[in-house]
Every structure is written in structure tokens, then in C-alpha cells.
Design a protein around this ligand. Structure first.
Ligand code: ARG
Length: 412
């Protein structure tokens, strides 16, 4: 490639900030800008329209990557296998999209001979860390720049710039929130939500209907193979189709609305509202199938691994050695996570009502209290005798030292 100027690949959303960033980066750094928009199922505007806008705003090249299937298969499915809910609640919607977008940015940087990658994040959030750590993990030679953070591209500056240069972008629309969305869910923050006491208003939500007035219950049967949904009500689905269909059906029942204060990587607590109907319903189903098919000790240990996996992914460590090793562990736990889960979707809840699996560890004859019982209860006496031994010895020692357990006289 023979060009005089340095080139920068910009993660382009089509919104005001990144549209202005194209010209702004050019002015401030002298670099040529290549705009890259990655489709992770965010919906909204047509991506060809977004591509044209980037060119109209001065990008020397603009390119759109359809990454929906890849995102679903390689990023959402690992999150599902890990039952990933950061701090017990957040399905990592934005956290799993950043490493994927970074991959495409790095690829474009190579293709167009860029030395630098740019993104539209502020200096206060997790996403800047996720982009830059992901990029440096894949391509340590690439530089990164964030115009909002590093080149003083504030909102007012952006509006003024867009008006002065007649950029083909709306500057009057006063968007009250910062929103990030993809096929795994939607994240809404800032605006009046910054007051923790303010309840979310109706206009916050887009993927879910109000669970207070639900339609009739919707029964769904999900078929899993090795931890991945492969059919819905008997119809084969790809991971992307599974998520999309569950978004629709669980969304109609108001499932997956989440309103939490979470701990950001940069140390601050922030109010976040999410809606992730498909993710929440799929995780509930997957978790239940694991209860039936994963041996007790493995299941207990996996819960801790799942939690750690979620923290690592939240904390921008998608490409880290620990995260990769945990992936290998989690993958090995999914060998028998195959079978069917029946759920009732209704009024904001996905309730499991049935499960069956050829790989089930549930033994009816061991569990039943009716005829056919094959559990030899006489063995329990001896088992308990030995199992309680250590506590019995410790209590006897307490008594010797005058610290016997107080059980209360009134009870006798
Ligand atoms: N707090 C969430 C996270 O860190 C969501 C971030 C959403 N990003 C945004 N630019 N609105 O994963």
C-alpha cells in the first residue's frame, strides 16, 4: 500500500460521536480514518446506510462486518455454558461484544494497513478497557486512541462540529440515555437513572414488554446438545436463531429486565438497567439441565468457575490465559449437558416445568418413596455414624473444656 498518511481504524456506530470522530481524528492527528461497523445484532439502522454516512463524514474507507452468527456461536454460547451473570445479575451483554468487535477492528487494521485503532468510549467505563486490552492481546503493535477521552471530543464540541461541517447526522435529538445493544441484550445507563431512587420509565425498555400485563403463558421446549440450544419446540435452530426466538418470546412476557448497581472495573459503582429476555431464559434452562446431568462435586466446583469466568470477562480479560483455561474446563463439563427443558414463560418469569435427558443422573428408583425403591435405607445408619464422627469428637472436646453447646433448658 502506498499512502503517505498514517491510517486509523475507527469502531463506528453511526451515531453523533463516532461520526464527528472521523473528521476530528483527521484534524487532530493528520491520520486517514477507516470506519468499521460490526453487526452484532444491534438492530436499528440499516448498516449500508451507516456505511454511507461514514463515507459522507470523511472516512477514506468504510466497511461493515456481519458478525451476528459469529457473535452468537463464539461469544454468547460460551457465556451460556458459563451461566454468566456478573454479580449474580448481569448477562455480560456489552462485555462479550467488545472482544468480538476488537477482532474485526484488528482484522481491518491489517487489511487497510492502519497503525492505530480508535473507539468512541469515554474514560470512565469498562468498554475502553475491554477494547484496548483485547486489541493489545491480539496485536501488540497497534496503537489505540479514544477521541472522547484523549482528544477532548465532548458532546458540545461534537454538536458544534457536526453543525459547522453540515455532517449528515442528527444533532438535535436529545437522547436521554447511553444505550448499547446486541442480540444478547440491551444496556441502558445515564440520564435520570443516575439517581438510584428513580424507577426506570417505560421508554427505557425496548426488548421487553411490561410484565405486569402479560399475554397468556407461553410454553416452550428447548433441546440442548453439549450445553448449546439446538432446537426449539422440535424445530432445529442455530445459536443465533435460538437467541432471537427466545428474545421474541421471553421478551413478550417481560422476562429479563434487570435494574442493578454494579461495580465497574474502573472502581466506581454505577446504576445499570438491562433487558436480556433470551439470555435470561436460556441461562435458566441451561442451568436446570446442568442440575440434572452434572455430577454433584463437578457442579459445585463449576459454580465457582462460572462466577470467576464472568468476572474475568467483565474485567476485559476475554483473551487472558486464565479465561482460556477456564473455557477448557467449562467445555469439558458440557459433555453430558444434552436433553430437553420445558419452560413456562409468563409475567416476567421463565419457570422450568420439566426436564428429560438420556444423560440424566436422576435415578427414579433411587429417588422414589413409592414401590420400586432400590435405595437401601439400612446403609444410611452406618454412613451417618461415620459422617458425623468429626463433629462428635469436637463436641466431646468442647465439653471437656467446659464449653459444651447450650441447647437451653426449657426445651427439655
Ligand atoms: N455496564 C455494562 C458493562 O460494562 C454496560 C456498558 C454499556 N455500554 C455503553 N456504552 N452504554 O458491560
Amino acid at each position: 500500500m502506498t499512502q503517505g498518511k498514517d491510517r486509523v481504524v475507527l469502531a463506528y456506530s453511526g451515531g453523533l460521536d463516532t461520526s464527528v470522530a472521523i473528521g476530528w481524528i483527521g484534524e487532530q492527528t493528520g491520520m486517514e480514518v477507516i470506519a468499521v461497523a460490526v453487526d452484532v445484532g444491534q438492530g436499528g439502522e440499516d448498516l449500508q446506510v451507516i456505511r454511507q454516512r461514514a463515507l459522507d463524514c470523511g472516512a477514506v474507507e468504510a466497511y461493515v462486518a456481519d458478525a451476528k452468527e459469529e457473535f452468537a456461536a463464539d461469544f454468547c454460547m460460551p457465556a451460556l455454558k458459563a451461566n454468566a451473570l456478573y454479580q449474580g445479575a448481569y448477562p455480560l451483554v456489552s462485555a462479550i461484544s467488545r472482544p468480538l468487535i476488537s477482532k474485526h477492528l484488528v482484522r481491518a487494521a491489517r487489511q487497510f494497513g492502519a497503525t492505530t485503532v480508535a473507539h468512541g468510549c469515554t474514560g470512565k467505563g469498562n468498554d475502553q478497557v475491554r477494547f484496548e486490552v483485547s486489541i493489545t492481546s491480539m496485536a501488540p503493535d497497534l496503537k489505540t486512541i479514544a477521541p472522547v477521552r484523549d482528544l477532548a471530543l465532548t458532546r458540545d464540541v461534537a454538536i458544534d462540529y457536526a453543525n459547522r461541517h453540515h455532517l449528515p447526522i442528527e444533532t438535535t435529538k436529545n437522547n436521554p440515555f447511553s444505550i448499547d445493544q446486541n442480540v444478547w441484550g440491551r444496556a441502558i445507563e445515564t440520564g435520570f437513572l443516575e439517581d438510584l431512587w428513580n424507577a426506570p420509565t417505560k421508554d427505557v425498555y425496548n426488548y421487553t414488554d411490561d410484565p405486569t400485563y402479560p399475554p397468556l403463558p407461553d410454553e416452550v421446549v428447548l433441546t440442548f446438545e453439549k450445553g448449546v440450544p439446538v432446537a426449539i419446540d422440535g424445530r432445529p435452530v442455530t445459536p443465533l436463531q435460538a437467541i432471537q426466538e427466545m428474545n421474541r418470546r421471553a421478551g413478550a412476557q417481560g422476562i429479563g429486565r434487570i435494574d442493578i448497581v454494579e461495580d465497574r472495573l474502573v472502581g466506581i459503582k454505577s446504576r445499570e438497567v438491562y433487558e436480556a429476555p433470551g439470555a435470561v431464559a436460556l441461562i435458566a434452562a441451561h442451568q436446570e439441565l446442568e442440575r440434572v446431568t452434572i455430577e454433584r462435586e463437578l457442579a459445585r466446583f463449576k459454580r465457582r468457575v462460572d462466577e470467576r469466568w464472568g468476572e474475568l470477562v467483565y474485567d476485559a480479560q476475554w483473551f487472558s490465559p486464565l479465561k482460556k483455561s477456564l473455557d477448557t474446563f467449562i467445555e469439558s463439563t458440557q459433555e453430558y449437558v444434552s436433553g430437553e427443558i420445558r419452560m413456562s414463560l409468563h409475567g416476567g418469569r421463565a419457570t422450568v416445568t420439566g426436564r428429560r435427558s438420556d444423560a440424566s443422573l436422576y435415578d427414579f428408583n433411587l429417588a422414589t418413596y413409592e414401590t420400586g425403591d432400590s435405595f437401601d435405607q439400612s446403609h444410611s445408619r452406618g454412613f451417618i455414624e461415620i459422617y458425623g464422627m468429626t463433629s462428635k469428637l469436637a463436641t466431646a472436646r468442647d465439653v471437656r473444656f467446659g464449653k459444651g453447646l447450650e441447647v437451653g433448658e426449657g426445651a427439655l
